[in-house]
Design a binder for this molecule. Structure first.
Ligand code: MN3
Length: 206
């Protein structure tokens, strides 16, 4: 496999407007996400065996990563993988924003309703102090959906959970447009979730 490369955005920079402005998408993807890729490659340059593995495999087994580089891999590998999920599960396409499929049934089963789910995930995103992520994940052990947050770039995949919806609450994901109003960004992001893809991820996970 060799070096990690930055995933291509599945849409134009302006595709998520007005929820997320083009400039934010451009900087977030081309600069922030790219930096995680570069630093991950640096962190693994002395470990060709690890560099050859898909990042989700490395993150799923951080115990196999040498001590001297594990923090850099956790932070930058998480940064690469978490953003891959983030871009992939957002869309400007109205058709794909329809809450439907097996995932919709499962959300209603585990959280009562879409409104309740939204309330719980928003609340989780608001309570994450500082930088981090709020997630909807599938927990392989319990067989249920779960909402929780991680600090920094820690990834659910390192905790045996499969990420389905990702809300990046680092300020770089919203500051240009929303400044300090994380709540407005979180409220708006529910309008651009790509339920088609989230459903696919869910069906693959169960
Ligand atoms: Mn980010």
């Amino acid at each position: 496999m060799g070096k990690h490369i930055l995933m291509k955005l599945p849409y134009e920079y302006n595709a998520l407007e007005p929820v997320i402005d083009a400039r934010t998408v451009e900087i977030h993807h081309d600069k922030h996400h790219q930096t995680y890729v570069d630093n991950l490659n640096k962190a693994l340059e002395k470990y060709p065996d690890l560099l050859d593995k898909p990042i989700e495999e490395v993150l799923s087994d951080l115990a196999s990563v040498p001590d001297e580089t594990v923090t850099a891999v956790r932070n930058n590998g998480g940064g690469v993988y978490n953003h891959n999920i983030y871009w992939q599960t957002l869309t400007g396409d109205k058709q794909k924003q329809k809450f439907s499929g097996k995932i919709a049934e499962a959300i209603k089963r585990d959280f009562e309703s879409f409104e309740k789910f939204k309330e719980l995930l928003s609340d989780c995103a608001m309570k994450r102090f500082g930088s981090g992520w709020a997630w909807l994940v599938f927990d392989k052990v319990s067989g249920e959906l779960e909402i929780y947050s991680t600090a920094n770039q820690d990834s659910p995949i390192s905790q045996k959970k499969i990420p389905l919806v990702a809300i990046d609450v680092w300020e770089h994901s919203y500051y240009l447009k929303y400044q300090n109003r994380r709540k407005d960004y979180v409220e708006a992001i529910f309008r651009i979730i790509n339920w088609d893809i989230v459903n696919e991820l869910y069906e693959k996970a169960v």
